[in-house]
Design a protein. Structure first.
Length: 436
């Protein structure tokens, strides 16, 4: 015959086994409550079992915006993360292939150790290269120090993950951004959703690239700041009034091919322009500036950026600038402020997610106008179209916060014919995407 104390031990053991199998604190507590309600355990035993919270280093799993595990004390966390983007491109000319393509496949892990240390290691098996590999020291959200291969927050569109961009491809202005580099970045939000800063020091050679020369070892230095004036303007909780600015400067070694930038269009067509160094010294100075702005009210959003890059040597002083403006509207009424951050937009959570039980998901329409202007560059230092204007219209269906389908129509006009005698390109682009 079981004594009361034996019953308490058995109840605790059963509850512990259930927790080990499910990783659910809620399921554990529910079982204990039922045993207590049925009189299997008394008041004293109930309090004793409830007081035993288990090993703080034990892991519990959950699904909340992804598959995640953490210790009972919440100090250590682990998450598998990734995305798959499958595209289709159809062009109005025969110089590009109409094709299905895998745009991105990322697989990685994210973790937090003892609350203040973080890491991410993300690999792209499609291109066989590392996308992210960094260590974080994060004593608070007001100050984070990040070391390694990372994205530097030099623009709002660049700061928005490819999972959450307004259209399949970022604008031509984003092609001038520092983007992913190897280096050190100090950033944080001293005032939540109001003020953000970033200070960066990096190689300046591009993603996963070490310093390429030993003559001009000048790393790039960057400063960025963003401010959301919605509260100051009295716009209310459904308003965004964002302005951001960044600047970077560095001295580079002359690349072997003399190319500073080589750009393709927003429809991922052929390279339309190549900016090169003039004959002369082996090193050059490169400056970058970016101004971004976002205004949103409820389901309406207006966004834009202006980016400039200048190159200077004793025999060359050139500048290229690019800009875009975007208007988007959530047909199903979701408010953009809920997916806003000072570093870039996050994923939209539909008001009525689509599932077996029904729901519409979220629907969005948008239009973007962009321009690439290299007309100030000396003719001898530039080949291809130096004025490119693109219009993109799109519709997006977001069944739930992890799945997206996007359809874009892209019309590009080149002042120098690149893909046809008329100098124009039209493309239909489609993407299916899932992230986890």
């Amino acid at each position: 015959m079981f004594t009361k104390s034996n019953k308490a031990v058995i109840a605790a053991a059963v509850a512990g086994a259930l927790f080990a199998l499910t990783g659910s604190v809620a399921a554990n507590d529910t079982l204990i409550d039922k045993l207590y309600d049925k009189g299997v355990i008394n008041d004293a035993e109930y309090k004793e079992i409830k007081a035993d919270k288990g090993d703080p280093n034990s892991l519990k799993g959950k699904y909340k915006g992804g598959f995640k595990w953490e210790t009972l004390d919440g100090k250590n966390k682990f998450q598998f993360a990734g995305r798959i983007q499958s595209d289709f491109y159809d062009y109005n000319h025969d110089l590009e292939e109409d094709t299905f393509a895998i745009r991105r496949v990322y697989l990685g892990v994210k973790a937090t150790i003892d609350e203040i240390w973080g890491l991410e290691a993300t690999f792209n098996p499609d291109s066989n290269e590392l996308e992210y590999g960094y260590l974080d020291f994060k004593p608070s959200k007001k100050f984070i120090a990040r070391f390694g291969a990372q994205k530097f927050y030099s623009g709002f569109e660049e700061g928005t993950s490819s999972r959450f961009t307004d259209f399949l491809e970022r604008s031509v202005a984003d092609g001038l951004q520092p983007g992913k580099q190897i280096g050190i970045q100090l950033f944080g939000e001293p005032i939540k959703k109001t003020f953000f800063y970033s200070i960066g020091y990096y190689n300046g050679e591009g993603k996963n690239a070490d310093e390429s020369g030993n003559d001009a070892d000048g790393k790039d230095s960057m400063f960025a700041a963003a401010y959301n004036a919605a509260n100051l303007m009295g716009g209310g909780k459904d308003t965004i009034a964002h302005v951001g600015y960044s600047a970077s400067q560095g001295t580079r070694n002359r690349p072997g091919d003399n190319i500073i930038f080589s750009l393709d269009g927003e429809a991922r067509g052929d390279t339309f322009g190549t900016w090169s160094l003039a004959a002369g010294p082996n090193d050059f100075s490169r400056d970058h500036t970016n101004l971004s702005y976002v205004a949103a009210k409820g389901p309406f959003k207006f966004q834009g950026e202006l980016t400039k890059v200048s190159v200077e040597t004793p025999v060359q002083n050139d500048e290229v600038e690019a800009n875009y403006m975007v208007f988007t509207y959530m047909l199903t009424g979701e408010h953009y402020v809920k997916s806003y951050s000072l570093k870039g937009m996050k994923g939209v959570k539909p008001n009525a997610p689509y599932s077996k039980a029904g729901g519409t998901g979220a629907w969005e329409i948008g239009i973007r106008k962009s321009e690439w202007d290299a007309q100030a560059v000396a003719d001898a230092n530039y080949s291809g179209a130096d004025l490119v204007k693109t219009t993109t219209v799109g519709v997006k269906w977001i069944p739930n916060e992890k799945v997206r389908f996007m359809l874009n129509l892209v019309d590009t006009k080149y002042n120098t014919p690149i893909v046809a005698t008329a100098g124009n390109e039209e493309a239909v682009m489609f993407r299916s995407q899932i992230d986890f």
